[in-house]
Design a binder for this molecule. Structure first.
Ligand code: MLT
Length: 264
């Protein structure tokens, strides 16, 4: 596995590159980083070239502003892929990474061979969720470490918190490395994000939404409704927001089938 760095807008962008062949791009979610894919990458990299990127303000990648819009993130992702001379890829985005994948697809339609929204949604924030973002921003300003310790466990199905106690701790410990600025910039960016239901419908390549039946971070009903009677494939897992932990083997299999379909 090769860790690499791109200098972009006065910031260091960290990403990793694995394997050879047609390209799969992995985008992590809010408070996460590229190590979330560690158990899945070996499976994918035996057949594909896999690029995993630390998004702005996350992992080892620095901040470029006080708001990181989904478009800011998408432009950075494009710069990384261009620097590798890669122009066709399947994108898989977890949660906020899915929002970035949607923004990317809108900006660079012809580069995308498929888009998987994993525990994510094409919908914008509801008015209630926007208010919660503002509360979260205030909480981060008060004490971002407390915010991280309280938020991360909510991403798992509550009945899984004991079973995945060690994994929860790892996610918390990693998120605690983030600066408050990076956390706030993403909360602001997610709050601003557009409704992408039409953009998703317009994609003529394969698209997929993976839902966790007990995911408290996504509005499951309205997300399912938004893709009803469209070509977006829906896959439902039994657990929470953290499919890569809570439903790891089913997820790996689902992603492999999806990528195969995109490159058929
Ligand atoms: C994420 O996991 O990326 C976030 O929970 C998504 C969100 O808050 O909308």
């Amino acid at each position: 596995m090769g860790m690499e760095i791109l200098h972009y807008k006065n910031a260091d962008i960290h990403f990793s590159s694995h394997g050879k062949g047609r390209v799969v791009v992995l985008l992590h979610g809010f408070l996460e980083n590229l190590t979330m894919w560690d158990d899945i990458i070996p499976e994918l990299a035996s057949k594909y070239r896999v690029i995993a990127i630390d998004l702005l303000g996350h992992g080892k990648t620095e901040n470029i502003g006080y708001i990181h819009s989904m478009e800011d993130q998408a432009l950075m992702v494009k710069a990384v892929l261009d620097s590798l001379n890669l122009y066709r890829y399947v994108m898989i985005g977890h949660s906020m990474g899915g929002y970035v994948g949607l923004a990317f697809s809108q900006l660079f339609l012809s580069n995308v061979k498929g888009l998987c929204l994993m525990n994510s949604t094409p919908l914008t924030d509801s008015p209630e969720k926007k208010i919660n973002r503002d509360r979260a921003i205030e909480a981060v300003k008060q004490n971002h470490k407390t915010f991280v310790r309280m938020s991360v466990p909510n991403l798992f199905a509550s009945y899984n918190l004991i079973k995945y106690k060690d994994e929860v701790s790892v996610v918390v410990e990693q998120a605690l490395q983030m600066q408050a600025q990076g956390i706030i910039a993403s909360l602001e960016g997610m709050k601003l994000r557009k409704n992408q239901v039409l953009a998703l419908k317009k994609l003529s390549v394969p698209t997929q939404i993976i839902i966790g039946q007990n995911d408290g971070a996504i509005d499951i009903e309205s997300t399912l409704q938004s893709v009803e009677n469209t070509s977006t494939e829906i896959v439902i897992f039994p657990d929470g927001h953290m499919s890569h932990i809570e439903n790891k083997s089913a997820l790996t299999e689902t992603l492999q089938l999806f990528i195969r379909k995109c490159y058929r």
